[in-house]
Design a protein around this ligand. Structure first.
Ligand SMILES: Cc1cc2nc3c(=O)[nH]c(=O)nc-3n(C[C@H](O)[C@H](O)[C@H](O)COP(=O)(O)OP(=O)(O)OC[C@H]3O[C@@H](n4cnc5c(N)ncnc54)[C@H](O)[C@@H]3O)c2cc1C
Length: 471
């Protein structure tokens, strides 16, 4: 059966489209964080929607499970097969054409394998921009971003991926092509099925293409860095920025002193933006759209002046050039890689209502550090969205595998319990994957879980799409 399937798949996809070579597959069998490693029957790389549709039909007839994969930059192990070795990795990376950029309609129609950074550059070349960015932009693909409903650093103003997908094409579990690619401003023909596929982590269908919303390029931006005593003050600064800057406020990120120190140790040539020690740092981006670029610097200075007067910030700087602005953003985007280089940790991508975030962090950090002596808990990220990445770093010298399976697991349960008590979500933007599947089953609303299982059974009755993930 195995050989028959592989022969038919090879005939369908050609030499570039299928491999079971161990070296070729190795980089794609472990997730970005190195938490999960699996085995696969083979890795298929279809070149078109038609090829993928035929491949999925073949998988359905042979009962071969499929693990869809984009850039493999996901944080929840969703793109990593299990250890059975029976699943086929279906990589979308060869389907990487930007089919069209329509400047008048401000849309980009892309195949699933387009890398986010490539999309940014293509939009910029047309005087437009795709307003979603994240640290993994050099490898994350459009299909992966859609399937995880990714967020990033501009959600505050533009929403997460869900808000930016205008049309979608996907191959379903039986190989049928769901074609809702043409964006319609108004369309009330029943359920909005594309929204069901967005954020479904490859469990309901394989995204092959999307029509995405673009925005006009910005005329100018001001990037500010502020040092603060507490997260509560960062929250007040956020409110001030929202009042003063309104829609010009595009990003508001925070990191504690420990995260900045980790980045400086990790990133060659990196320097702290401010002199002196500060418990917390905020990175703020204000933008001017078509015009208003000339008043933007004054606006940024005014914001900092008011913040100083109100005692919210201890020190601050404004990037004097685009190069400096990029460097400030690089500090923020390097927190995850820097922390990964430091050693074992358990990560929690959590959200609570924005106004409760400072109190949540002030309560959760000491609770965790006291219960597991030697650990360090840090929260950083998207304060503007009520979403922080709450990481607990293992004590020095801890054995990575044993710690993660023992204390790490217990810590994650405790963090998720606390988040749930605070009315929050155990997955704000990274999805569930295999990392949080059991926790979702433990803490999720039973009615919502039952609905999700029924949807899954209806769309994928054989359970072949990304088994063992999410549900
Ligand atoms: C340094 C760094 C910073 C990051 N920062 C952020 C951040 O700020 N915000 C954020 O939201 N994420 C962030 N991420 C996580 C990651 O970039 C996103 O989850 C991204 O959406 C994953 O895209 P990918 O193409 O790598 O998907 P993969 O990792 O390959 O897959 C992710 C999931 O989507 C499924 N999938 C992939 N492609 C398809 C497809 N075509 N059809 C159906 N299912 C598919 C997979 O099966 C898997 O379940 C970061 C990652 C890194 C490395």
């Amino acid at each position: 059966m195995r050989e028959a399937f592989l022969q038919q798949a090879a005939a369908l996809l050609g030499p570039k489209g299928l491999t079971d070579d161990a070296d070729a597959m190795a980089p794609w069998l472990t997730d970005w964080r190195g938490r999960f490693t699996g085995r696969a029957l083979a890795m298929a790389s279809p070149a078109s929607t038609a090829e993928l549709s035929a491949l999925v039909k073949l998988c359905a007839s042979h009962g071969v499970p499929i693990v869809p994969q984009g850039g493999n930059s996901g944080m929840s192990g969703g793109a990593t097969p299990d250890e059975s070795g029976v699943a086929l990795i279906v990589s979308l990376r060869r389907m990487a054409a930007i089919r069209q950029i329509d400047p008048a309609a401000r849309t980009a129609t892309c195949e699933a394998g387009v890398i986010l950074q490539v999309l940014h550059e293509a939009a910029e070349a047309q005087g437009l921009r795709f307003p979603l960015s994240l640290g993994g932009k050099g490898s994350a693909t459009v299909g992966g971003l859609i399937s995880t409903n990714a967020g990033g650093t501009q959600v505050l103003r533009h929403g997460s991926m869900r808000a930016l997908v205008l049309g979608l094409e996907a191959v379903l579990a039986d190989g049928a092509v769901f074609d809702a690619l043409v964006p319609l401003k108004k369309d009330n023909r029943g359920f909005d099925l594309k929204q069901l596929l967005i954020g479904s982590e490859g469990t309901l269908g394989i995204v092959t293409a999307a029509a995405l919303k673009l925005e006009p390029a910005i005329a100018a931006r001001a990037v500010l860095w502020a040092g603060l005593d507490s997260l509560a003050k960062a929250r007040e600064l956020l409110l001030l920025a929202q009042r003063q800057a309104g829609p010009a406020l595009e990003g508001f990120e925070v990191m504690p002193a420990h995260s900045l120190a980790a980045v400086i140790a990790h990133l060659p040539g990196a320097r702290a933006p401010l002199a002196g020690e500060h418990n917390w740092h905020a990175l703020i981006e204000l933008v001017a759209d078509a015009d208003g670029g000339d008043v933007l610097p004054a606006r940024a200075e005014q914001l900092l002046e008011t913040a100083f007067e109100q005692g919210l910030i201890a020190d601050a700087t404004i990037a004097a050039s685009e190069d400096q602005a990029e460097r400030l953003w690089l500090l923020r985007e390097s927190v995850a890689p820097a922390e990964r280089a430091q050693g074992p940790a358990v990560q929690h991508d959590i959200s609570v209502p924005v106004d409760r975030m400072p109190a949540f962090v002030d309560a959760a950090v000491p609770a965790i550090e006291a219960a597991w002596p030697g650990t360090r808990a840090v929260g950083f990220g998207h304060l503007g969205d009520g979403n922080i990445h709450f990481h607990v770093i293992a004590p020095l010298g801890a054995d990575p595998v044993a710690w993660q399976a023992g204390d790490g697991k217990a810590i994650s349960r405790e963090v998720h319990d606390i988040v749930t008590q605070w009315g929050g979500s155990i997955s704000a933007e990274h999805g569930i994957g295999q990392l949080k599947r059991d926790e979702l089953a433990r803490l999720g609303d039973p009615v919502a879980l039952s609905l999700m299982r029924r949807v899954k059974a209806a769309l994928d009755p054989q359970g072949l799409l990304n088994p063992g993930k999410l549900l």
